[in-house]
Ligand binder design. Structure first.
Ligand code: SF4
Length: 148
């Protein structure tokens, strides 16, 4: 049986803020509004997705599986150290996050997004609300020189 054809999907483009040089620190996360929204987001997504509040949510393209739960916090697939039984090489008590992500993504209408190249995580956004960062476009700013 032939494998499920998957079309490589580029990261959303054109993106007016993707090539913004040196996006700088997040300056609004200390506001009361941002803290309140981040608290609500954590309360909702923590129990459901084990959200680690990275501030740049990519759940839609990872089969609704949080990549930040990977011990290596890989954003673009497994490390290559997956054990033969599908368990994680770092934490054998858990199944590889990326195997689960792939399996779940197959059941989604937008499964082609799974192969989108996700930009490196910006640790300056840790703890901030990905909902606000999505609305402001801050989550789509990438390091200078990085392009998919
Ligand atoms: S990708 Fe980031 S924002 Fe989305 S669930 Fe995971 S830690 Fe939370």
């Amino acid at each position: 049986m032939s494998p499920d054809p998957v079309t490589r999907t580029p990261y959303p483009d054109p993106d007016p803020v993707a090539s913004t040089p040196n996006p700088g620190p997040v300056t609004d996360t200390g506001t009361a509004v941002h803290r309140a929204v981040a608290a609500v987001e954590h309360a909702v997504k923590g129990p459901v997705f084990d959200c680690r509040m990275c501030g740049q949510c990519v759940l839609h393209s990872t089969g609704m599986t949080c990549p930040m739960t990977c011990p290596k916090t890989l954003r673009n697939g497994p490390c290559g150290g997956v054990r033969e039984d599908g368990r994680c090489e770092v934490d054998p008590s858990m199944r590889c996050v990326w195997l689960r992500a792939f399996e779940r993504s197959r059941r989604l209408p937008w499964r082609g997004h799974f192969t989108a190249l996700r930009p490196p995580v910006d640790n300056r956004l840790t703890g901030s609300s990905s909902w606000i960062n999505l609305l402001t476009g801050r989550d789509r700013r990438t390091p200078p020189g990085w392009r998919p």
